[in-house]
Design a protein around this ligand. Structure first.
Ligand SMILES: Nc1ncnc2c1ncn2[C@@H]1O[C@H](COP(=O)(O)OP(=O)(O)OP(=O)(O)O)[C@@H](O)[C@H]1O
Ligand SMILES: [Mg+2]
Length: 223
């Protein structure tokens, strides 16, 4: 379902090309989840962006649901990402001028939603414990609440692949635990593929597949 095959990534720099990923491969089937750990600067976010159709690799292929996103035209790629991939970024990236409910609905606005999007958004917000916060602006939420909105937004289109870049990185222990619980629970319920990048060994331990990215290589860190 997701196959990342022999990816290399080099960034051009003033000192010449910087190799961040060297022949990295990773395969996930529907319903599987993996955690990726590794030191700062190892290339974890880069790998996540490549998997999510946001950053083309220097070489190698990405196949999601039978298609290589980097062979699509720009407009098709945007639609592909929107339909098949949910992202949660470390700093949540909510739109400040929109309400919680509107933020969750953003992915449905891009290329025409389906059915009862507002109903599903409300349901997801209930599931992440924010049923009473739907009309708040992001500035009126705690850090953990913002990440739970980001989780609801990432799931609104029922993505095949959910990518989370340090989803609990900025949270205190209690909020981090709650977001982690929700991630595990909603992943199990929705049968998506899930990749979580994290510095937290505690969060990583909650996922059956674990990898470590180090020296541009991805290695299994115990299954
Ligand atoms: N656009 C770019 N141009 C040049 N170098 C880059 C660029 N983006 C990232 N890098 C470099 O690539 C390396 C990997 O960056 P990346 O953000 O993937 O690391 P990371 O593992 O996610 O780190 P962290 O845990 O700190 O988030 C870093 O050394 C970074 O400086
Ligand atoms: Mg990163």
């Amino acid at each position: 379902m997701l196959e990342i095959s022999q990816i290399t990534k080099q960034y051009p720099t003033a000192r010449g090309p910087l190799t961040v990923l060297a022949s990295v491969s990773l395969k996930l089937e529907r319903g599987e989840s993996a955690a990726i750990m590794g030191p700062s600067g190892a290339g974890k976010s880069t790998l996540l962006y490549i998997a999510g159709g946001l950053e083309p690799p220097t070489s190698g292929t990405v196949t999601l649901d039978g298609a290589n996103p980097y062979q699509l035209a720009e407009r098709e790629l945007a639609s592909f990402r929107n339909r098949k991939i949910g992202f949660i970024f470390q700093d949540h990236c909510l739109l400040p001028q929109c309400s919680v409910l509107e933020n969750v609905l953003i992915p449905t606005l891009v290329d025409g939603g389906s059915g009862d999007d507002a109903g599903r958004a409300r349901e997801l917000l209930e599931q992440v414990g924010l049923g009473t916060r739907m009309d708040h602006r992001p500035s009126e939420l705690s850090g953990g609440e913002k990440q739970r909105v980001a989780l609801a937004r990432a799931l609104i289109r029922r993505p095949l692949l959910l990518l989370c870049d340090e989803p609990t990185g900025n949270l205190d222990e209690a909020s981090a635990g709650m977001v982690a619980d929700l991630l595990v629970e909603l992943h199990a319920r929705q049968q998506t593929m899930l990749i979580v990048v994290t510095h937290s060994a505690e969060l990583a331990a909650r996922f059956p597949l674990r990898y470590e990215l180090r020296h541009a290589n991805l290695q299994s860190a115990g299954a």
